[in-house]
Write a protein that binds this ligand. Structure first.
Ligand code: SAH
Ligand code: DHB
Ligand code: MG
Length: 242
């Protein structure tokens, strides 16, 4: 342990405390860039207000992350997008706005209340016609999408219960084509992901999903850690090669 000059032990600082100390700076920087680069937008802001008023969990993507998804969808020239985990539709709005004329996003949500709030937000923004919002367990809805021959999707955003991430990746591959991008949110979780012995099902789900990405010859994948208003987390991005 480090010692001060006078020989007294310095109080140890844990990783958790270090993260806490760093957070105000991450958040200030995120707000600085968010204010500069994410134009004030009545519909997006109204959606966030509606989500909080309805007491949905405050786990929507941040404004800069929403814009990042929007830009990825533009870069991919995606026309058909699949989102697993709608919440109040904040990320859905960002993605729907990147779609060209005739583009469509299918978004899957388990909680009827979340879906109802999302539907109102999307309708208020005039984007409901670009959105196919389906309510139920994503694993059932994904099976139905395959059975109905919907797809292939150009861009797939996985952001629901992390425990099922391995299955979501499996379905995503069935609903993809060569060139499809698969984005998985929240793979770092304050660094908890490195704990192989974690008893947290979400961590185990994310670890197994990432191992699948690594082992799947059809995929080329990477992970980016990030910090900001939501703390310390990260995302995985994979491209379907063949
Ligand atoms: N993408 C949203 C946030 C999604 S939060 C945004 O950034 O704005 C995760 C959502 O997944 C929650 O609304 C939760 O109800 C939903 N969810 C959890 N388990 C699910 C399941 N098995 N099937 C479908 N949705 C699920
Ligand atoms: C949680 C889920 C998310 O999708 C997210 O972006 C942040 C947190 C959660 O379940 O805690
Ligand atoms: Mg998320």
């Amino acid at each position: 342990m480090a010692r001060a000059k006078d020989g007294n032990r310095k109080p140890p600082i844990t990783i958790r405390q270090n993260l806490k100390l760093a957070q105000p700076k991450w958040k200030a920087v995120d707000r600085y860039f968010g204010d500069l680069l994410v134009a004030a937008d009545a519909d997006l802001e109204a959606a966030l207000r509606a989500n909080r008023a309805a007491r949905l969990p405050a786990i929507d993507v941040s404004p800069l992350q929403g814009k990042f998804l929007h830009l990825l969808v533009l870069m991919a020239r995606a026309k058909k997008v699949l989102e697993i985990g709608t919440l109040g539709g904040y990320s859905t709005l960002w993605i729907a706005r990147a779609l060209p004329k005739g583009g469509r996003i299918v978004t899957l949500e388990y909680e009827p209340k979340h879906a109802e709030v999302a539907r109102a937000n999307l309708r208020n923004a005039g984007l409901l016609k670009r959105v196919d919002l389906r309510v139920g367990h994503a694993l059932d809805l994904l099976a139905a999408l395959v059975a109905q021959g919907v797809g292939p999707f150009d861009f797939i955003f996985i952001d629901a219960d992390k425990e099922n991430n391995p299955q979501y990746l499996r379905w995503a591959l069935k609903l993809a084509r060569p060139g499809t991008a698969i984005f998985v949110d929240n793979v770092v979780r304050d660094g908890k992901v490195v704990n192989a012995k974690s008893r947290d099902k979400d961590i185990q789900g994310t670890r197994r999903m990432t191992e699948m990405m690594a082992a799947e010859p059809r995929l080329s994948a990477t992970v980016m850690q990030n910090v900001g208003v939501k703390g310390y987390d990260g995302f995985a991005l994979a491209v379907v090669l063949r």
